[in-house]
Design a protein around this ligand. Structure first.
Ligand SMILES: Cc1cc2nc3c(=O)[nH]c(=O)nc-3n(C[C@H](O)[C@H](O)[C@H](O)COP(=O)(O)O)c2cc1C
Length: 355
């Protein structure tokens, strides 16, 4: 109730500010607002995945809390988990501004932030200082000018071993030149082998996930699934932003370079999720991400094969009330149709067959 009221008051103001200013203001408000209302997870939404117990399956996607500043407040708002990052070993400023664009009529964003972040050490210290409650995954990737990209990623495992509930390796941002090439079979196999070895040394058994691009073709998806299953990766996050530009986009900034997120990403990322689900045969746990903006789209991700679901762009347009709305809608679905685990993948074949 209070979350709804706060959202109703603040969202028009935030959406009238330039997008990056609005984002900075939101992070500051979350950081310094002790009055934040707490949202409890409705009963029946608890989920177990890769050895962790989530109070509900809805998570904050990477890129919102890049520097691990507000994981606690985001959990208090009702998220079942938070993924911080993407972090790189050394601080970097990212691409020149403007680099974040709203396409309100499309319910979409285009960003080419370019991994602007404070670096591993600052985030490690912040995570070490926070209370241990709640599931916080850490997403990391290489610096733009890395000499050895795989070493940058392996260092992430070592650095965040004391603090991360799970590790998420980002090989799918379109805004670091050449990064997505790490998804190609030989490079990907080497990356995953070295990261899995780092995990064995620094944090045996800690869940290791890989976040993939929605633009992979089916052969690329086959390769990713095969390598991950063989090398003991626990899960995939499907998916990051897309470099595709559907013709239907109406926003003035639809020609900006970068990754497109939100409503126009929903269909393609859900189809890819279903295809990943059918290929995994249960060997990998899937997090569905892309275009979730209400309870129906969250449920669709679960039916397509997701055990957990992440949101970013929907929150930008709908505000914090979206979290409670999704949780209530899922709770009603569970009452009507049975536990979430039974719904996972129930419509994967239909989604995978979508042209
Ligand atoms: C402004 C912005 C910054 C992002 N930064 C990252 C990032 O640093 N690392 C990452 O893995 N994904 C990043 N993402 C991608 C999101 O985590 C998510 O995969 C994508 O936006 C699709 O979800 P959505 O449609 O709910 O936004 C970013 C997205 C946006 C909109």
């Amino acid at each position: 109730m209070l979350t709804k009221a706060i959202g109703a008051l603040t969202m028009p103001l935030l959406l009238s500010l330039p997008p990056e200013t609005a984002h900075r203001a939101t992070i500051a408000a979350l950081k310094y607002a002790p009055f934040l209302p707490k949202t409890a997870s409705p009963p029946g939404l608890a989920v177990s995945a890769f050895g962790l117990d989530f109070p509900n399956p809805i998570g904050m996607a990477a890129g919102f809390d890049k520097n691990a500043e507000v994981a606690g407040p985001l959990l208090a708002l009702g998220f079942g988990f938070v993924e911080v990052g993407t972090l790189t070993p050394r601080r970097q400023s990212g691409n020149p501004q403007p680099r974040l664009f709203r396409l309100p009529r499309d319910g979409a964003l285009i960003n080419r932030m370019g991994f602007n972040n404070d670096g591993y050490e600052a985030a490690r210290a912040r995570l070490a200082a926070r209370p241990a409650a709640g599931i916080v995954g850490v997403n990391f990737g290489p610096n733009r000018d890395a000499v050895d990209r795989v070493a940058d990623v392996a260092l992430g495992v070592k650095t965040f071993a004391p603090a991360a509930s799970y590790f998420a390796v980002n090989v799918s941002s379109p805004n670091t030149p050449g990064l997505r090439d790490l998804q190609q079979r030989a490079a990907f196999d080497e990356l995953v082998a070295r990261v899995a070895e780092a995990r064995e040394q620094a944090a045996p058994g800690r869940p290791l996930l890989v976040k993939i691009a929605p633009d992979l073709d089916l052969r690329g998806l086959d390769d990713v699934v095969e390598v991950c299953a063989r090398r003991g990766v626990d899960g995939l996050i499907v998916a990051n932003t897309t470099i595709a530009r559907p013709e239907s986009l109406e926003g003035r900034d639809n020609g900006e370079a970068g990754g497109l997120s939100g409503r126009p990403l929903f269909e393609s990322s859900t189809r890819m999720l279903a295809r990943a689900y059918l290929r995994c045969g249960g060997a990998l746990t899937l997090i569905g991400c892309g275009g979730v903006e209400d309870a129906e789209t969250a449920l669709a991700k679960i039916e397509a094969g997701a055990t957990l679901v992440q949101v970013y762009t929907g929150l930008v347009y709908r505000g914090p009330a979206l979290i409670g709305e999704i949780l209530d809608g899922l709770a009603r679905a569970v009452e009507r149709r049975g536990p979430l685990v039974a719904l996972t993948g129930s419509r994967a074949r239909e989604w995978a067959a979508n042209p």
